[in-house]
Design a protein around this ligand. Structure first.
Ligand SMILES: Cc1cc2nc3c(=O)[nH]c(=O)nc-3n(C[C@H](O)[C@H](O)[C@H](O)COP(=O)(O)OP(=O)(O)OC[C@H]3O[C@@H](n4cnc5c(N)ncnc54)[C@H](O)[C@@H]3O)c2cc1C
Length: 402
């Protein structure tokens, strides 16, 4: 599957744009996205069904993507990253997700959360020690915000960080951490002060620090290759230099980076939906019933049309959010709208793709049942769809109230 069906304006060459609005890409951007597409289809998509079954963590695929610069995609070259703009990176993520959603979430977390947190809020010493190996893909990162009692209400988190001379001691545990058992660098939000958001600070914890442990991978509906575990901290001592940003800034740092993370999850959802759509469209042309391809029934062809429309709409909003980020403009509302629309599209498109495949769609011999299972999580992590609606409506009302 190396070609994209109609529905991606973004693979066309940039036209001149008298109206001041261009949907095209530069030659360099097209080349990068094409290279990632070819690698993803050849090396990632070909193994996704096997990894879904075995639940093996996709180390080899990540190594290949690291060689392409994708594990530090938007980190500037001076810190060992590829220095890509957010639009190009978003399109690369779509390509990876179209091949394997598990690989895509690991890449999205690495780029969007630990790396952005250290890049934007770290000291040069922290960037040198922790960001450089993350950006080069020698190290993997984990983002540790959620706890068993604190999910959507992240400001209620309980993991405690107490002062210990000049340093800190962490006690408590995190839940549902992507790559929790695989990471080298953990970005941990912990309570250093009173209740609420202002009592939270962010810390960097290295793998191998005494007191750090993790649980077994959770048994999940989908994303089997992207391990998700608890991470525990027991009397874990940290030097003062492992505080990220200032004391009390931890939640605002995490939430600021989640805005960028949400564009990544939107692109993951779009990649999943696109893969299901492409499989369904091809199957509709090949499968014959009543003496003709099922695509010749309007009941089937309209499903394909709705899939194309949903994917294209979600992609436009997600790329607008990425473009705003590149322009240095606010993009929080657009990132939430993108995640809301794209995750909704992913669930709906994969569900309808199974319908187009009929009984075969329900079988593990065909890819759409895996895509359906993988799609659902995009409505939950990095803020559920309900939380995205909260973010969007608050922003609308704030604007109206001036
Ligand atoms: C596979 C996977 C990977 C993950 N990876 C990470 C990770 O790497 N790092 C990390 O920190 N976390 C991670 N998470 C956690 C994820 O971000 C949380 O599951 C998510 O934020 C929701 O929190 P919760 O599960 O506690 O649900 P809850 O907050 O308990 O929500 C339950 C339901 O109530 C709704 N709800 C809650 N509050 C409101 C409200 N105010 N208004 C309307 N509806 C509301 C929710 O939308 C949801 O439908 C991961 C989760 C999964 C499943």
């Amino acid at each position: 599957m190396t070609s994209t069906l109609p529905g991606s304006l973004f693979t066309e060459q940039a036209p001149s744009s008298p109206a001041g609005l261009s949907f095209g890409l530069s030659d360099e951007q097209r080349l990068i996205v094409q290279t990632v597409r070819e690698y993803s289809q050849a090396e990632v998509a070909s193994r996704s069904a096997a990894y879904d079954r075995s639940g093996e963590y996709p180390r080899e695929q990540l190594r290949g993507l690291a060689e392409l610069g994708l594990l530090g995609a938007t980190v500037p070259e001076e810190w060992g990253g590829a220095g890509l703009d957010s639009v190009t990176y978003a399109l690369c993520l779509e390509e990876i997700a179209a091949a394997d959603a598990s690989v895509a979430v690991i890449v999205s977390v690495q780029n969007g959360l630990p790396e952005q947190m250290i890049l934007r809020y770290g000291t040069d010493a922290q960037r040198e020690k922790y960001l450089r190996p993350l950006a080069g893909g020698q190290h993997l990162g984990a983002f540790c915000l959620t706890e068993s009692g604190a999910g959507s209400d992240a400001a209620s988190l309980q993991l405690k960080a107490a002062r210990d001379g000049a340093g800190w001691v962490l006690d408590g545990s995190k839940a549902w951490i992507t790559s929790g058992n695989q990471a080298d660098t953990y970005l941990v939000m912990a309570r250093t002060g009173g209740p609420g958001a202002r009592g939270v600070s962010a810390f960097i914890v290295e793998r191998g620090t005494p007191g750090l442990s993790f649980g077994r991978p959770e048994e999940k509906l989908g994303l089997h290759a992207a391990h998700t575990t608890t991470v525990s901290f027991e009397a874990l001592r940290l030097p003062a230099g492992n505080l990220l940003g200032r004391e009390g800034e931890g939640l605002s740092i995490a939430l600021a980076c989640l805005d960028a993370g949400r564009i990544g999850i939107a692109m993951q959802a779009i990649g999943i939906a696109r893969a299901a759509f492409e499989h369904a469209a091809r199957y509709a042309l090949e499968r014959e019933q009543f003496g003709r391809p099922i695509a010749e029934n309007q009941g089937v062809s309209f499903k394909i049309a709705d899939m194309a429309a949903r994917i294209e709409g979600a992609r436009l909003v997600a790329l607008k959010a990425a473009w705003l980020k590149d322009m240095g403009r606010p993009y929080s509302r657009e990132a939430s709208i993108a995640k809301l629309l794209a995750s909704d599209a992913a669930v709906e498109v994969t569900r309808e793709a199974i319908q187009v495949f009929g009984g075969n769609g329900y079988s593990r011999d065909y890819p759409v049942e895996r895509l359906y299972r993988d799609a659902k999580i995009t409505e939950i992590y990095e803020g559920t769809s309900e939380i995205q609606r909260l973010v969007i409506s608050r922003s609308v009302f704030a604007e109206l109230k001036g």
